[in-house]
Design a protein around this ligand. Structure first.
Ligand SMILES: NC(=O)c1ccc[n+]([C@@H]2O[C@H](COP(=O)([O-])OP(=O)(O)OC[C@H]3O[C@@H](n4cnc5c(N)ncnc54)[C@H](OP(=O)(O)O)[C@@H]3O)[C@@H](O)[C@H]2O)c1
Length: 356
């Protein structure tokens, strides 16, 4: 038996900011009956992530994502550059509709590496990033499992607590602070007793940070002609921790305002993905003299601590200590515009596409 499977494909390699015209929705007939050991998932929520753009370029720095740096599937399917025009793998959540594997049965909810498509077949193995969402998952919506209880939560929690090692009272700066990762980092930093300032690209986002999300302060970076002096104003006593989501000038400005022994968690550099902004040229003497630590990391570095992180984060969400922001578009056809929106600053919180 077969089923019509619609999937989103890139029309060509993408250079610059993505637009809707770079993608198309295609159809194929897919097997409904999995082969031995396989599981067929109907995807219900797709994650829309900035890093995907780096996989869609002709030449990509992600050639560094080779086996050994990341666990099997994460390296080979999530980060590797697309060799040609093709469908996109992504973190997603869905429901098992057919299974030829003892561990999974029809009706099970799962979250892990699936695809920008209606249905995905996967074969469980230790290298495959996939987890069952327990029925008793405290009543969290399925979407949370690819957001605060998925890669966004792992990135924010691991990047902030494991990489930055915050101490109560330290001063923290978060860029792209109203986004999926940034909005969580800022709230985690407040829970750790830090002073937190975030930046974002609209007045409404700034209000959200200072209001609902409880940041100590926030500013619109697009209205600041000189980011170095803006940060000097918001951090007269210097920055201890910078959670970096943006790159370019923002990284240079943050480094210029860091305190001795400051830590920078390099989560992402979205302004550099489109080639629109020049790459950061930090003053390395500043880094040396101030003994600043700059550390890059991947969410998947923390896979072994996934359950541990989620126990803490889930508790905070349940107790209302962490607000979860989800920006949901409807239908597979909306994937291209949802993806382009990330680079136009049009999302607030985690960008998701809901199918069915
Ligand atoms: N290391 C990892 O494992 C990992 C995992 C997930 C995400 N990340 C990284 O974390 C960062 C945030 O990802 P996310 O999923 O949470 O996305 P997000 O912040 O929810 O969405 C992207 C946001 O970035 C801002 N932005 C877009 N272009 C910009 C530019 N040129 N300059 C400054 N800001 C810009 C926009 O908000 P504004 O209104 O503020 O402009 C936009 O809403 C990205 O760099 C991503 O690659 C890393």
């Amino acid at each position: 038996m077969e089923v019509v499977n619609r999937y989103v494909a890139t029309r060509h390699h993408i250079e610059g900011a993505p637009t809707e015209a770079d993608f198309e929705v295609k159809e194929e007939m897919a097997r409904w009956a999995p082969d031995s050991g396989e599981v067929l998932v109907r995807n219900l929520y797709l994650s829309i992530d900035p890093y995907q753009l780096n996989r869609m370029k002709r030449s990509s720095v992600t050639h560094l994502a080779v086996e050994g740096i990341l666990p099997g599937q994460a390296a080979s399917t999530l980060l590797s550059p697309s060799p040609s025009v093709k469908r996109i793998t992504t973190y997603a959540a869905g429901e098992v509709v057919a299974s030829a594997c003892e561990e999974y049965k029809a009706g099970d909810k799962v979250a892990g590496v699936l695809g920008w498509e209606d249905y995905t077949l996967f074969k469980p193995s230790p290298a495959v990033v996939m987890s069952k969402v327990a029925d008793d998952a405290a009543g969290f919506p399925l979407s949370h499992h690819i957001n605060v209880l998925g890669t966004s939560g792992m990135t924010a929690y691991g990047g902030f607590f494991e990489v930055c090692k915050p101490v109560k009272g330290e001063k923290v700066f978060v860029s792209a602070a109203s986004g999926s990762v940034g909005s969580l980092v800022g709230q985690f930093a407040k829970l750790a007793g830090c002073y937190v300032v975030g930046c974002a690209g609209t007045a409404a986002k700034v209000d959200l940070l200072k209001g609902k999300l409880g940041f100590d302060d926030a500013f619109n970076y697009k209205e600041e002609p000189d980011l170095k002096s803006a940060l000097k104003r918001y951090f007269p006593d210097g920055i201890d921790i910078y959670f970096e989501n943006v790159g370019g000038e923002m990284l240079e400005a943050a480094l210029a305002n860091m305190n001795p022994y400051g830590r920078v968690a390099l989560s992402g550099v979205i302004s550099e993905y489109t080639g629109g902004a020049r790459r950061a040229v930090p003053d390395l003497l500043e880094v040396i003299y101030k003994r600043i630590t700059i550390r890059g990391f991947f969410a998947y570095d923390f896979l072994s601590k996934f359950a541990e992180f989620n126990a803490v984060i889930g508790g905070w969400v349940r107790d209302g200590k962490v607000q979860v922001l989800e920006d949901v578009s409807d239908g597979l056809e909306s994937v291209p515009s949802a993806f382009a929106a990330l680079f136009r600053g049009q999302n607030v919180g985690k960008k998701l596409v809901k199918l069915a």
